[in-house]
Design a protein around this ligand. Structure first.
Ligand code: SF4
Length: 240
């Protein structure tokens, strides 16, 4: 079966299980989204959201953040962890875009194709494919599916891709992604990874994708059953 057809089938199975993920009508500003995505790396949603709120409360504009001492940025985002790397990436990005574009805005991305926008964003130091693709999906409403550790693990288990890293998964998955379903597919797949297709013990017994999943170590015990509510930070950026 072609990959895009299989993606559509998986999407329908996820929709039946989790429903259509809610989405705010007004999309976040791309710079806000980019900073929030940097903060979300290697931490949970609540901590990255609090770090983002701290930053927005302390500084009135991104220009103020760009001219602030890196250590003051680090202090505000401490709760999200990796303070040194994240404050460096945020400051570097803000300074670079100001130098390159004369102002701190990513509005110009709206004129670019997906490939051009990805290539432009990843040319900034500290901005990887995942952060760039989150900006495209969540702020610019492009039909692009970002790949984090959950999406990488599950798409490999199901057999949608056969790759060794999230970035390779991203390029393979997005070659011919079915139209208009990237947001629901991405969001529901992350929820699926947190609730059912967990890294250590997937709960295959209650998984809606089991009929087409090719994973050869399916676990039909219920030992990892532990449902938790979902909270998608990147859909909440702009509502602080
Ligand atoms: S059947 Fe098991 S391994 Fe496959 S997607 Fe579902 S939970 Fe994951």
């Amino acid at each position: 079966m072609e990959t895009n057809k299989k993606i559509s089938i998986v999407n329908k199975l996820l929709l039946r299980k989790y429903g259509l993920p809610p989405r705010n009508l007004s999309l976040p500003d791309p710079v806000d989204l980019l900073i929030a995505t940097i903060l979300s790396q290697n931490t949970n949603d609540n901590n990255s959201y609090r770090a983002y709120q701290n930053l927005k409360r302390k500084f009135k504009t991104w220009e103020e953040v760009a001219s602030a001492k890196r250590t003051s940025i680090e202090k505000e985002i401490k709760i999200a962890g990796l303070g040194l790397q994240k404050s460096r990436a945020i400051k570097n990005f803000l300074i670079s875009i100001k130098e390159k574009r004369d102002k701190i805005s990513l509005e110009y991305l709206r004129q670019l194709s997906n490939e051009e926008a990805l290539s432009d964003l990843t040319s900034y130091d500290g901005i990887g494919v995942k952060t760039a693709s989150c900006v495209l999906l969540f702020a610019l409403n492009r039909n692009i599916c970002p790949v984090d550790t959950h999406v990488h693990r599950i798409t490999n288990r199901i057999g949608l891709v056969k790759t060794t890293s999230p970035d390779k998964t991203f390029f393979s998955l997005n070659k011919n992604f079915p139209v208009e379903i990237a947001h629901q597919f991405h969001t529901n797949l992350i929820r699926h990874g947190r609730e059912i297709c967990k890294a250590q013990s997937p709960i295959c017994k209650i998984c809606p994708i089991v009929p087409i999943c090719t994973f050869d170590q399916k676990d039909f015990s219920l030992k990892a059953l532990n449902r938790k509510g979902n909270f998608m930070l990147l859909d909440n950026v702009g509502n602080t």
